[in-house]
Design a protein around this ligand. Structure first.
Ligand SMILES: [Zn+2]
Length: 258
């Protein structure tokens, strides 16, 4: 049974690899199928969970999962038929870095250090999660995943993954940078998702302001890998404008399930 699963995995790899490698030289075009993205997300999350420890704090885990599910409901309302049928997962990594990442095909990770900053402000945490969900929905990573990450994933599959390779894949995925336009797109979608889910979309603005304060203080080092950089004034102004334009904004106190 194990052998068959393994063969199936190699089979998928052989099908996926040429598409993945040609993708690397053709940025801007979505050449990965949804199934291929799901496969990359699975391999990538195995690598991340080898490299980082999962947080087992029940309050934090429950909070991220609950908010994640509600953001997904908002996403489905906003995207309608375009909503991808990805196996979304929401997990917390036990590390003090202020960061959150998403992988193609569904996995979202929030770092403990970020939750320590958002505290009880669920709207702020929802904004971060919605931004990450938006990257997945809009399939932004497929444009940015480099040939070296793809090669590492291929080697990992081929060798069942050495610890060293897992570390390298995890680092590459956590450090992955999106274009400015894709960040704007994720902000815009995220604002709509949180709004549709009944959260206060101003949570995103509060999060940006929190980051700006952290950037000036002693915590600066913990932001080094934050994917949401660069945090420009323009980005904050843009978010505020998008929020002001939302039709019939719900008040957070009217949110369902609170
Ligand atoms: Zn982003």
């Amino acid at each position: 049974m194990k052998g068959r699963v393994w063969l199936a995995r190699v089979g998928i790899l052989l099908l996926v690899l040429p598409a993945m490698l040609s993708l690397a030289s053709c940025r801007g075009t979505n050449l990965l199928s949804k199934q291929e993205e799901i496969q990359i997300g699975k391999e990538g999350s195995a690598a991340i969970e080898k490299e980082y420890k999962l947080d087992t704090n029940p309050q934090r885990v429950a909070m991220v999962q609950e908010i994640g599910q509600r953001v997904l409901e908002g996403m489905r309302q906003v995207e309608g038929k375009r909503a991808p049928d990805f196996p979304f997962t929401f997990k917390v990594l036990d590390t003090k870095e202020v960061n959150a990442v998403s992988l193609p095909g569904g996995p979202v990770y929030v770092f403990r250090g970020l939750m320590e900053q958002t505290g009880d402000d669920r709207d702020m945490l929802a904004a971060v999660i919605a931004h990450e969900v938006a990257h997945i929905v809009a399939r932004h990573a497929a444009k940015q995943i480099s040939s070296s990450i793809l090669a590492d994933l291929a080697i990992s599959l081929g060798t069942r993954g050495s610890a060293q390779k897992a570390a390298s894949i995890a680092t590459s995925l956590v450090m992955l940078q999106y274009s400015r336009d894709d960040e704007y797109d994720a902000d815009r979608r995220g604002i709509h998702y949180t709004h549709a889910a009944g959260y206060d979309p101003e949570g995103l603005v509060r999060f940006f302001e929190k980051l700006r304060t952290l950037e000036k203080g002693e915590m600066k080092g913990l932001l080094a890998n934050l994917r949401t950089h660069p945090l420009t004034e323009n980005r904050i102004a843009r978010a505020k404008k998008l929020i002001a334009e939302l039709p019939d904004r719900q008040s957070p106190s009217a949110a369902p399930g609170q």
